[in-house]
Design a protein around this ligand. Structure first.
Ligand code: PRT
Ligand code: ZN
Length: 299
């Protein structure tokens, strides 16, 4: 693609969002050659430059206009935005696309042996967290008094060391809480990775690149969620089958050589295709059922 102006995206250098961010760009057909020490690199076949940084710096880089785009967790983004509000600095960042990975929740947890006596019992207790602004906002919303102890990592060890009575940290499987004898009592927010952009207008060829990238991301997401299903079925069963497995744009019906009553049906479906669904299709008369993954999709 010929383009005078390139777009610069900030992604996490190392950590939970790095692998999925890179694999998303690769699935979009963007070729990136990496070396171990790479902090900045140019995509080979797309007008995109990639800056590898700590996730906490991504909103600042986009807000200041150093990067046009960034991939970051909503938790980090919202904590950053609250910081801007406190300092009365203009927010020049907006979410361009939710990406569906890096899902987690920011939750308050207390020690297992403590009895949880409702949200009001958290008022005024010392809570260790890396997200003091999100916690303060949540407490204000519930009219509670907040006292946080800001720690940048290993928050879950704070209660055991007597530094705090509770923690407010990210949880995905819940294993870390369990290992540290903690129990989750209140969810403060849910988070997933998002693509953020600077609100400053792109130059026209940058805008084209941005839109092309968004279209490809959407295509990758749709392809990941969709399945291509093929089977044979009696013509009389097609309505029933359609209600069991709705398709995006209708069924493709192909005649079967030497069989007047049956047809081959091809469907692209966004529905999850479970064994249960296949069994229902079979009972409705379908046979030779195949479920295939879709590599690319452009609507
Ligand atoms: O070095 P850098 O600053 O870039 O990385 P980081 O250490 O600050 O962040 P990293 O890589 O741990 O996480 C990056 C982003 O991934 C977060 O900002 C979230 O948006 C998202 N994410 C999703 C998570 C988790 N799930 C998660 N489980 N981030 C952290 N955790 C930690 C959590 O803090 C706790 O220590 O994992 C532990 C809990 O996990 P479970 O599975 O035991 O519940
Ligand atoms: Zn970080």
């Amino acid at each position: 693609m010929k383009c005078e102006k390139r777009i610069r995206i900030a992604i996490q250098k190392k950590g939970r969002l790095n692998t999925e961010s890179m694999s998303l760009l690769e699935a979009c057909g963007i070729k990136i050659r990496l070396s171990k020490s790479t902090l900045y690199c140019h995509a080979q076949n797309f007008p995109l430059d990639i800056l590898f940084v700590r996730d906490d710096d991504i909103p600042t880089l986009v807000n200041s206009g150093v990067c046009d785009l960034g991939i970051v967790g909503e938790n980090v983004l919202h904590e950053f935005e609250l910081g801007l509000i406190n300092k009365k600095i203009e927010n020049k960042t907006q979410v361009a696309k939710s990406l569906g990975f890096g899902r987690c929740r920011l939750s308050i947890a207390i020690q297992n042996h403590e009895e949880y006596r409702g949200i009001r019992s958290l008022s005024g207790i010392k809570i260790a967290t890396s997200y003091p602004k999100l916690l303060a906002k949540f407490f204000k919303k519930h009219d509670l008094q907040s006292e946080s102890l800001e720690i940048s990592g290993s928050v879950e060890i704070a209660p055991g060391l007597g530094m705090a009575e509770a923690i407010c940290d990210l949880v995905s499987t819940g294993r870390t809480l369990e290992e540290n004898n903690l129990k989750e009592v209140v969810e403060v927010m849910r988070s997933e990775a998002v693509m953020i952009r600077s609100i400053s207008a792109f130059e026209s060829d940058q805008q084209q690149v941005f839109e092309l990238l968004l279209r490809r991301i959407k295509g990758v997401q749709q392809a990941r969620e969709s399945k291509y299903v093929m089977f044979h079925a009696p013509k009389s069963a097609l309505d029933k089958i359609n209600s069991l497995l709705p398709s995006n744009e209708g069924q493709t019906i192909v005649p079967l050589c030497g069989n007047e009553d049956k047809v081959a049906v091809h469907i692209v479906t966004l529905e999850a295709v479970f064994w249960d669904t296949l069994e229902k299709l079979r009972l409705a008369g379908a046979s030779s059922i195949l479920v295939l993954p879709i590599e690319k999709m452009l609507n």
